[in-house]
Design a protein around this ligand. Structure first.
Ligand SMILES: NC(=O)NCCC[C@H](N)C(=O)O
Length: 282
């Protein structure tokens, strides 16, 4: 039974309103952030450092942005943060649930200065803004939404207080927050993401507890675990996972690939280069 005025009807997103009864409508805006000139100094935790080609990274970033545009996304550039090597990984700085933007407190101190510009960008779009506070830490890469279920990875970057604060922020809006241990990779979404039908996909050797996910499909490559839902049944994936692309195509999904090799050298994946805003005020 729905008692919260924010969850007004079961008639679908077009009829949802916020607590002031402002209507929320579907949106197709995506935040991105241009790579810093210091990109090559980005953090590396679970893999060996490899030399990053900054010129190539710039080209790959442009192609990624173009792929979003081609599939109908209005791309919004957050003010660059040139002093922050990892700022291109904009997903880690904010988590969207409906029109609520939860500004994170990244687990790596070197990334904390990244959030200011993102906060400005979401505020300008009219989002309600909320924050993770000390002692909480949270990276957006640790948050996977599947319908109204919000999985939060508790691992190297997100702590228990961060998980609790996600609960406090999103459960009153109708989310079910599920905490998931993450020890083998940088973020939860380095291990698992979800298909448009809600099936969670992941590469088993990198997942602590596959059984936590109902409807799980194992994929043959680590980077095959990363998909961005472009809408209209299309999935954006890294070119580095051809076997998974074949598997998903064979299951009737429409796969679009981009080469993000330079970002992969810094433990980045397709999800972390953008933040999609799917519901905003009319
Ligand atoms: N959500 C993500 O997958 N973010 C990738 C962040 C990579 C960056 N080098 C970091 O270690 O924070």
């Amino acid at each position: 039974m729905m008692t919260d005025r924010r969850r007004v009807s079961g008639a679908g997103p077009h009829h949802r309103t916020d607590r002031f009864e402002r209507p929320l409508v579907p949106s197709k805006k995506a935040l991105v952030r241009r790579p810093s000139p210091l990109l090559a100094d980005g953090l590396v935790t679970h893999i060996q450092r490899e030399k990053v080609d900054s010129g190539l990274a710039g080209e790959q970033w442009e192609a990624y942005v173009e792929a979003l545009r081609t599939h109908g996304w209005e791309v919004i550039e957050v003010e660059p943060a040139d002093d922050c090597p990892d700022s291109v990984f904009v997903e880690d700085t904010v988590v969207m649930y409906r029109n609520v933007a939860l500004i994170t407190r990244p687990g790596a101190e070197s990334r904390r200065a990244e959030t200011a510009g993102v906060e400005e960008a979401v505020a300008r779009l009219g989002c309600s803004v909320n924050w993770i506070w000390e002692p909480g830490t949270l990276d957006g890469g640790d948050v996977l939404k599947v319908g109204d279920t919000v999985y939060v990875g508790r691992g190297g970057r997100t702590n228990a207080a961060g998980v609790q604060q996600v609960r406090a922020a999103f459960e009153p809006l109708g989310a079910r927050v599920v905490a998931v241990p993450v020890s083998k990779v940088l973020h939860l979404k380095s291990a698992v993401t979800a298909l448009p039908d809600g099936t969670v996909i992941g590469h088993i050797p990198k997942i602590d507890r596959p059984s936590l996910f109902p409807g799980f499909l194992s994929v043959p490559e680590e980077s095959g675990a990363h998909v961005v839902l472009l809408g209209g049944g299309k999935l954006l994936m890294a070119a580095s996972a051809p076997k998974t692309a074949e598997l998903l195509t064979d299951l009737g999904h429409d796969v679009v690939t981009v080469d993000i090799s330079e970002f992969e050298k810094l433990e980045g994946c397709v999800t972390c280069l953008s933040v999609r805003l799917r519901e905003l005020y009319a």
